[in-house]
Design a protein around this ligand. Structure first.
Ligand code: AMP
Length: 358
């Protein structure tokens, strides 16, 4: 049974992904209740209710569970214990089991390996000796990533000949990690898939992504890849969503290797920055699709009606925003963050272009 409009969607996390989910939910007549530790969050600003409390606050979690009809998240590093506690009282989509895989880069890599999905070669890291071993095994260099709490290039160190393993281990903060072979990719792409509890699934076409310093700068649709490869990427993302028994959204980031092979880099069980283009260039936005998937509504069509280039406004770039509004085909999204910090995602801008035949 779908959750009817008027029901309350609980959102864990208060960032821009929660903000845009809450705006889509409101359009469909739902109310949102945001739970996050930060006061004045971008999501709480546009939600009907907000709880500001640490994720460890059991009394606050219990009150939140009693006040909502379903829980979803916009931030996958919510402690699993909090999600498991909520799940005793209310459906949580995605589940704690999905988070167990996607919160831990080593668990994620092992999951991909067991599912027969290609990925960068990796080794578990518990100390500098493992980094030295990985460097040796992977041709003189490797990327070491903390198992937990990594995002936007944080918690990553390139360990090549210039960085002694002890130094890489120190820079990482001496935490459990994975060391990956450096993939010689020609392009990075990502696919966003939505899946309902009854197994119905819908995916967007791949976007091509350009990162700088580990942070997404630009996403472009259509991705400059053959249709056959795009279809393969979508099928791969859907296979992973099914293997995870995911309910909600799943973003799958992939490398296109020189030989055209797809290697999965990362999974995120939530709306994703690389699918922001769907707000302005697709029949259904990823945020509305998120609401539809977690509420059991019919999934929307994912067809694209324009070509699009989405650019993040990072740090002081936000100061260009208002001037951009004077240009044709520009759609501006600001996240309401008052404090500008270097590397902080303040908003994004999507440039719409005529639909190409590709
Ligand atoms: P991640 O946090 O894992 O998404 O990594 C951020 C970015 O770093 C990726 O989008 C790539 O541009 C780059 N990167 C991460 N892992 C690798 C790898 N194994 N080989 C080459 N580049 C990588």
């Amino acid at each position: 049974m779908p959750l009817p409009p008027g029901a309350v969607i609980g959102i864990l996390g208060g960032g821009q992904l929660g903000r845009m989910t809450a705006m889509a939910a409101a359009r469909l007549g739902y109310h949102c209740h945001v739970f996050c530790p930060e006061a004045d969050s971008p999501a709480a600003e546009v939600a009907r209710h907000a709880t500001v409390a640490p994720y460890e606050d059991e009394a606050a979690l219990a009150r939140f569970a009693a006040a909502v009809d379903v829980v979803t998240l916009e931030f996958e590093n919510v402690p699993r214990e909090a999600v498991a506690r909520l799940a005793e009282a209310v459906p949580v989509r995605p589940s704690a089991a999905v988070l167990a895989v996607t919160q831990d880069r080593l668990a994620e890599k092992r999951f991909l390996r067991d599912a027969g999905v290609r990925h960068a070669e990796f080794l578990a890291v518990e100390g500098p000796a493992d980094i030295a071993a990985a460097r040796e095994r992977f041709g003189g260099r490797c990327i070491v990533k903390s198992r937990r709490f990594g995002y936007d290039g944080k918690g990553q160190v390139m360990a090549d000949g210039r960085v002694p393993p002890e130094e890489a281990w120190r820079q990482l903060g001496r935490v459990p990690a994975v060391a990956e072979a450096v993939v010689d990719f020609t392009l990075e792409i990502s696919v966003l898939t939505a899946r309902r509890a009854d197994g119905r699934i819908a995916s967007y076409e791949p976007a091509a992504n350009r990162h700088e310093g580990g942070i997404l700068r630009v996403s472009t649709v259509p991705a400059p890849i053959p249709g056959r490869l795009a279809a393969e990427a979508v099928a791969l993302a859907e296979r992973i969503a099914v293997a995870l028994d995911l309910v909600g959204l799943l973003a799958v980031e992939m490398f296109v290797a020189g030989d055209g092979a797809l290697l999965v880099n990362e999974l995120a069980p939530r709306p994703h920055n690389s699918a922001h283009w769907t707000l302005d260039a697709a029949e259904t936005s990823q945020f509305e699709q998120h609401v539809r998937a977690v509420c059991g509504l019919p999934l929307g069509r994912t067809v694209r009606h324009a070509d699009a280039v989405m650019r993040n406004l990072i740090g002081e770039e936000v100061e260009e925003a208002v001037a951009l509004l004077g240009e044709p085909g520009i759609r501006l999204h600001l996240y309401g963050k008052t404090e500008v910090r270097p590397g902080r995602k303040m908003g994004h801008v999507t440039r719409l272009l005529p639909l190409s035949s590709g």
